[in-house]
Each structure stands twice: as structure tokens, then as C-alpha cells.
Design a protein around this ligand. Sequence first.
Ligand code: T5A
Length: 210
Amino acid sequence: MNSNKKFISFEGIDGSGKTTQINLLCEKLIKIGEKVSVFREPGGTIISEKIRRFLLDKTNYNLSSEAETLLFLASRNQLITEKLKNKLDKGEYVIFDRFNDSTIAYQGYGFGLDIKHLKILSNFATFGLEPYKTFFLDISVEESLVRRSGNKSDRIEQKGEKYLNKVREGFKIIAKENPRRIIEIDALNGLDELSKFIWSKFKEIYDIKV
Ligand code: T5A
């Protein structure tokens, strides 16, 4: 792979506004003539979307934490192999809606699986690849519940408030440990304000003058 410089991820607990902000960022990039691809995790390829359906299916209630982790990593590996390498080689921007930080936060801090082992496994699954920059959208668990109140919960989302609080704390620890890569944002602000902030950071990172 040539470089990960145009590889960006968005992270945060459920309902933190990742998808919304990724779409707004893409609109701005396309407007200035840039090529950008977005992939959600788990998902993004035919095989990875099959794994996604399995992972989010509430009837798989007795899936073990370890099996769950390996399936998230399998989905990620397939996505990198099929799509990411190719897009980066072409010099396009690639935005991931979640990456390894989610596994460390949800399966590590959330479930209590060993973080050191998870990092080794994630490294194996992703060929050691990391996003160049990560936007971590931080909201409270209460706000997450309000924003998702009209939706049906999937298998992960139904794990409850206590679990999600551990996940949020996990993301905060990861952000502290990776200050050069991760930009932590208070995502309780309005859509437009957040979008403007993310765009200004993005322009700074990539020296975009518009
Ligand atoms: N998971 C994933 C793991 O456990 N381990 C892993 O390794 C990985 C990769 C994926 C689940 O899998 C887990 C995490 C997840 O639980 P998903 O459906 O893809 O499932 O879940 P999310 O990625 O969390 O997607 P969501 O749609 O729930 O959250 P988003 O994308 O962060 O939020 P978004 O943009 O869809 O917004 C949610 C709602 O809030 C509103 C939007 O309009 C929308 O209604 N909103 C705002 N409201 C007020 N102010 C703002 N600033 C707002 N921004 C958005």
C-alpha cells in the first residue's frame, strides 16, 4: 500500500452522528472535485455485509464475546483486502465509519476482553494499517438513547446503558492514548456547527485552500 495519509475514520458510541457528519464531509469533498469512498463497519463488501447481518441479528443472543470479536475482525479484513488497499493506491480519500478503535472500545472496554490481545488480533486483521486521522464524536449515553429512541435496537445496541458507558469511557481512554491521530469532538453541538468544525480541521490536515 502506498500510504494511509488519505485514510480517515469516524468513531463514537451509537447515535453519535458519525454517518451524518461523514455524509456532510463527503458533500464538501465532492464539491471541490475530490474522490472519496465511504465504508461502514461492519460491512462494505458482500461478505462483510453477510457478517454484519449475523453480528447484529438479535437471535444470535448466545454468541460469545470472543466469537463476536473475531467476526468483526473478519469483516474488517475482508473490507481492507477487497476495497481499501485499491482505493488508497489510487490516491482517493477513504472514510471508514468505525475501525479498530470500535473493537477496542466495545469488545475490550465494554466486555472486558484483554486489550493487549485485541490489539495484536486487530493488527493481524488490518495488516498493521491505521487511519491517518480519526474524528471521535463524543456524546453522553443519555443523548445516544434520545437520538435512537424511534429505532429498533440491534444485538449490540440492546446491551444497555451500563455497557455503553464503559464503551464511551473506553473511547475516551483511546483518544488520550493517541492524541496525534484522534481528534475528540464534543458532538452534542448542532449538525452545522459540527460540520463546520470538522471541515476546518480537515482542510488544515490536508492543506486544502477553499
Ligand atoms: N461494533 C462495531 C462493535 O461492537 N465492534 C466493532 O468492532 C465495530 C466495527 C454497528 C454496531 O456494531 C458495534 C457498534 C454498533 O453498535 P451500526 O448500526 O453500524 O451498528 O451502528 P452505528 O455505527 O452506531 O450507527 P448509528 O446510526 O447508530 O450512529 P451514527 O452513525 O453515529 O449516528 P447518525 O448519524 O446515524 O445519527 C443518529 C441520529 O442522531 C441524529 C441523526 O439525525 C439521527 O437521527 N443526529 C443528531 N441529532 C442532534 N444533534 C446532532 N449533532 C446530531 N447528529 C446526528
